[in-house]
Design a protein around this ligand. Sequence first.
Ligand SMILES: [Zn+2]
Length: 257
Amino acid sequence: MILPPATQTALEDAAELFRKARRVVVLTGAGISTPSGIPDFRSEGSGLWSHDEPMEVASLNTFRTAPERFFHWFRPLAGRILRAQPNPAHQALADFEGAGYQETILTQNIDGLHQKAGSKHVVEIHGTLRTLTCIQCYKQLPSKDFLNAFIENGAIPLCLNCNGILKPDVILFGEQLPQAAWQAAQRATRQCDLMLVIGSSLEVLPVAGLPIQALDHGAHLIVINNTATYVNVRADIIITDNVATIIPEIMRRAIHG
Ligand SMILES: [Zn+2]
């Protein structure tokens, strides 16, 4: 592959930071999963969902007052997520951890693709689609069986216990972050000496504040995203390119020198 010289230099510099780091935190957003066919549902005009306003339909309020609207909106997204496979960026991050480096992934994504790729230390800051919780009796269930039926025939998943509606354990707009995950994210951020931001425009609080916390604790910062973020001015390295190409190039250099 032919990369521009400036990108080559940035890749070498990034790999060097990875080789030297003792604790790496990788913060991933929707941009790492778009090459796997999952559109960024938060950004406007992303095809399938452009006729609905995600902030409104994917909110806790809509789920409570009109769950069928939420599920109607969510159905094509859930289908995409269940069929999606990790791309070379997910794989490269799993390979880096597999090579013996201390790496924690903090992800804003609910697609489980880091785990599918083999990453072990993954904190799902915005929740997960792998489980559902009953809004009446709080029983938690694995989502796989329910989701397949839901995607095929649109049946709203109901609790086997009490017939209450099962809510995917994903964090909706207007909902608090899962406390344990958020604390784990902050702890990892304070302890890391290198943070890599991938595919997040860092516009959603409080996650957007994590890179600043890392910098304030003396960590290096690398940002790989297709648009500028507010922390770019403080980043050591900024790469604006396809993540599925760039991440494997960095990790290959970091692991093999
Ligand atoms: Zn129930």
